[in-house]
Design a protein. Sequence first.
Length: 291
Amino acid sequence: MRLRTRHRCHPVMTGLLALVTAAVLSTAPPAAAADTWTEVGSDRADPLTESQGLTSVEVPANSANRYTGIGTIPAEVGARGWNHVGDPDASYDGHYIEPYQRDSGGAKMFRVQAPGGAWSEYVHTLGPGEAPNNSWVAISPNGQWMLAGEYGTMSRLLVFPTPGVNPGTSPSADLPQSSTVTLDHPVRDVQGCDFSGPTTLLCSSDDPEGALFGITRPLLRIDLSGEPNGTADVSGHVTALRPLPLRSGCSGTFEAQGIDYDRRTGTLRVIVMSPGFCVLTDSMTYRFTRG
């Protein structure tokens, strides 16, 4: 009799277990591997004017994408020693920002164009232990905070008030670092990052070794523990999503450069410069979509 009772209760318990399992799975976060980016096309990248970075511009409407390279540095800016421009970004209200560095070090510069067209410059004096590289900027979706990155192997990203947007900034005052993103995994030679959501960054790494993630020149995702607010540090969880395309008629060393995510179309774009002579002929801006 006890055996029959147990047998009759078995389907009930199985059903309850199935319901509990389904409930748990329905609330579990999606796996990182689900964030798949598929290449959908490419465009030639000019080595003089499209070799460092790029960004999509929402304001004014129907604006063309913008690029940076050694050929886009204004002569008077270069004459003052700012001879390298990195990966730019644009806020959703139309402020466009380019990051600059110079050989003498000691400071970084952020060149800002307001929606009306006027340019201004904001200089940041390096803090203790801060690398002089100014490889990229990424403006938070709310516009008030700007992330920037150093070159080399790093376990942090720098957070600044967005120059020209945050009311606490002025071209006549030093632009201070306000907080830090502390990464749970080191990254190497990040050339560009862009927000794909309030707490999610997509980044291009020029890592030539592959020891950190098992792949060279990876596309990275960084999930922040909260939105940058300038008053407290946040942490960042780093995931390598895929290797970037390395295709050319020449063999040698490729260079991954800037990145852009266009929220209007869901299109991700990454610049990869070809090795040797082919830097002139088949360097590309690759396009990806999720899924």
